[in-house]
Every structure is written in C-alpha cells, then in structure tokens.
Write a protein that binds this ligand. Sequence first.
Ligand SMILES: Cc1ncc(C[n+]2csc(CCOP(=O)(O)OP(=O)(O)O)c2C)c(N)n1
Length: 338
Amino acid sequence: MPTDDATQPCADVPLVTTDERVALFRLVLLQRLFEERALALYRQGRIAGSFYDGRGQEAVAAAAGLALGPDDVVCPLNRELATHFAKGVTVAEAFRNFLGRGDSPTRGRDGNMHFGVPERGVFPLVSMLGDLVPVTVGAALAFKRRDEPRVAMTFLGEGAFSVGDTHEGLNLAGVWQVPAVFVLQRNQFAYSTPVERQMLNTSLAERVYGGWSIPCETVDGTDAVAAFDTIRAAVERARAGLGPQAVEAVTLRIHGHAAHDGAAYVPQELREAYADRDPVERLAARLALDGASSAQLDQLRTEAAAAIAWGLEEAEASPAPDPSTLEDGVWAAPLHGL
Ligand SMILES: Cc1ncc(C[n+]2csc(CCOP(=O)(O)OP(=O)(O)O)c2C)c(N)n1
C-alpha cells in the first residue's frame, strides 16, 4: 500500500511533500539512483535497445515536475524521469517499462523511455526531435478553448532547435497565446555536436523571445531551488493567461547521448567547470544550509535507495508480455492484393 510514512519506503508513493526542497531532493535522488540501477541492468543485458540517462539534468526534471499541478500535462523527453515521478508515475511502473514487462505502460512494446501514463498527465515520448512541441501546443490550445486553468509543458534540447516542427509549434503557441511552458534543456551538446557548431546565436532564450516573443528566463540548471522558483513562476504566468512561457536551463549532460557513447568529445575545461556542480550534491548542501542534519539527509538517501530497490523488486515480479497479444494495438492498412 502507498504510504507517506517516512520510515516505510514504498515504490507507489507520489513523492511530493509540503516541504518543497525536501520533495525536490527526493526527486533528484530517485532519478539518480534509478538511472544508476538501470544502467547496471542495461550492462547486464536486461534492458533491450539502448539506455539514456539525465545525469546532470535531474534538478530541472525534478523542478519542472514539482512546478506542475495535478491537472497539468507534460511531455517529458528521455532525461526527465524525475518529472514522471513528480507527476505520480511510480518507480515500479518505470522499471516495468525498462524491463519490457507485459503490465508496463507500453505493455512490453518498449524497453526504454518511450512511455507515459496519460491518466496522470504524462504523455509518452515521441522520439522525433521537436515533435512534442506541436503536441504540447495542441493540449494547451484545448485547455484555453475549454477555459480550463491547466498548463501543458514540454522539454526541448538544443537539437530540437534545428527542426521545423519546433519553430512551427512555438510560432503557433505565440500567435494563439496558449498556456504552454517550454523548458529548454541547454546541456551543451546535441548528441556529439556542441551548441556553437549548431547555431550562431547560442542563447536559446534570445531565440525564443526574439523569434516568437515568448518570455524566457535563463537559469542555472544545476541549482534545483533556482530552477524550481523560475519554472513555477513560468507555469503560474501561463496559467494566469499571460501566454506561453519558456525557461532556458543551462547545464552539462554528464554522460554521452546513450550508454554506448563515452562522451570523449566533451572538452576537459567544460568537465572541470561542472566538477563541483552536481545537482544532487548542490541540493544536499543547500538543505544542510537550511538546517537539515546529516542524519536527516542520510535518511532521505536511504529512503530513496529503498524505494528503488522496492520498485525493481515489484517490476521483476511482473510477467513478460503474453505472445498472443503481439498484434494488439498494431494497425495495418489493407494493401491491394495482399
Ligand atoms: C528529427 C530527428 N532527427 C534526428 C534524430 C536523432 N537524434 C536523436 S537525439 C539527437 C540529439 C538530441 O540533442 P538534444 O536535443 O540537444 O538533446 P540531448 O540528447 O542533448 O538531451 C538526435 C540528432 C531524431 N531523434 N529526430
């Protein structure tokens, strides 16, 4: 059974508490520990396909998820597990998906991050860069037309800025003044391409404001508290009818594009610049400054580790997909003569 009792870690607890900084810490820890565990599973051959993680980006994923209300919707990318958790996706559900289980969100069709739980406001990932922008704008347009006080959010990396759908979607968001929030994950690279080799004006905030008059603040993406304040303000402005909003979060993607990529292209100076800016440890230091004792911080780390272990155990007990369901959800146009 889900429980809020801090002494009883449980995979099925939505992890938002009244203390937002503690909630943020729980979320960044969950993403960090989940991904470390999942990477080990991938290396053991237990996760099919490839494996992508968001090390270095957890603060923004957590902040964005926590800034949303229960009726808001979000289209996360592949480095935003903390956003899923903030919206109530459980650790067990996420592990089931990665392990390709029959009762996972994608019912075993995907062994990775192309999943969502739409009834909790999390739309599944579409891999084509930029394609979630028009999806988000469409959801926000529906909220506006129905006069509902809801917000739609999505994330974009630098790579999405070279795709037409992004620009078409942002343009319409501006023209229609929809309640959408765009979180721009400026993690320095699109796959192995550094941002300055992809665009002349490397400020995503300037491009979004200059191109479509969408207000955009830039924030340190390794600082969960600053990211939360900034993203929450953007969400509330969008909800108040002030039109689409954006936040550019600057960080470094610590790992490569996926597990096969050792990120040898990241210059040493850049690595050094981020060496003491780990989002999880920065937030721990901030909590300590706020008065949290090391015993309290250790307790939160222990709870998060237990939630990961519990969720994985539950997922491992889940069944594999039933082969007789193989064609469920597959649509085929009848071809002439076949
Ligand atoms: C339209 C399209 N073109 C190419 C790709 C292949 N691709 C997958 S991820 C990626 C780079 C993404 O970079 P970015 O948006 O900066 O996100 P990051 O991986 O840094 O988080 C590319 C080119 C794709 N998924 N979609």
